[in-house]
Design a protein around this ligand. Sequence first.
Ligand SMILES: *Cc1c(COP(=O)(O)O)cnc(C)c1O
Length: 355
Amino acid sequence: MSASASNYERLMMIDLRSDTVTKPTPGMRAAMAQAEVGDDVYGEDPTVNALEAKAARLLGKDAALFVPTGVMANQLCLRLHTRPGDEVLVEGTAHIIRYEGGSASALSQVQLCCIDGDRGLLTADGVLAAIRPKDVHNPPTTLLCLEQTHNFGGGSVYPLSTIREITKLAGDQGLALHLDGARLFNAAVATGVSAAEFAQPFDTVSFCLSKGLGAPVGSLITSTRDRIAKLRRLRKMFGGGMRQAGILAAAGLYALEHHVTRLQEDHENAKSFALQLQQVPTVYVDPDHVETNIIVFEVVRSDRSTQELLQAFKENGVLLNAIGDHLFRAVTHLDVSNADVEQATHKIGKVLANA
Ligand SMILES: *Cc1c(COP(=O)(O)O)cnc(C)c1O
């Protein structure tokens, strides 16, 4: 290991790259250690069954399916709702198109139609214009996917009224409706609208346990009993049938019991981070755009490249992700305190003052 690498390790890193970096808390680890388990492919894991029942109840759906990742959740739903050659409507910076390794085309042989959004959010007019007329020349538009909150959009939240308007018109045109609700509970906590209300218009809704909720692994899909039965078979086909998965499901149950309302703290820390960053002379950030736990900010007037800045932040103990040219993303989570975001602002300010 190089000397500089071990120096980083001696520093207390403030890791703002993603809310996926959270580590299981002692309480969560204890719940995992004590979990009752069985073979979940046989439907015999009581802890997985309890997690699926709880997820279905929370989202107001009949049934749920525990899957290893959020990508698998989305891709199973794409497969369920489409046939090869179909077209799926997504916003142009959606997770499904940017961050899922091309799996929609590889696994379901569909094409994605990208619609321009505003910080990731679509309008009813934009969706309507993208639905193709039924014609032998055209791919059949059969599915619309929305994302709540919108990751690349900076944690932006779809208002319930917009969701209702878009899903009503797409549903009237015969499209199936999927919600990539990776951070659905962030939206619920930020708005006071329940996860079930947001989920209600959709045929399938997925959410992640492994983001701000703090579990090490796992996502859920919620839907009708009939669709969940089909998804269960597809999960096996995609290689996602797990055995004594109750150890993981116990972490998810613990997260749903203990880590939902505390998301508010992450949102408060994100907002205060944005307000502090705004005071740094060469940072541009709009605190009004920080609705949940994601902060997007730009460094202006810097001679250093994006990569050089990332490296300098890291050497000073702050880990961030770049999402564009001099454009950085920070995400608050369970393992980041208000004092940490103050420290992070101080360190970022120091790096930029030595530009
Ligand atoms: C994280 C995320 C996913 C799933 O990612 P995994 O790493 O596979 O769990 C899906 N959609 C959005 C919007 C996400 O942020």
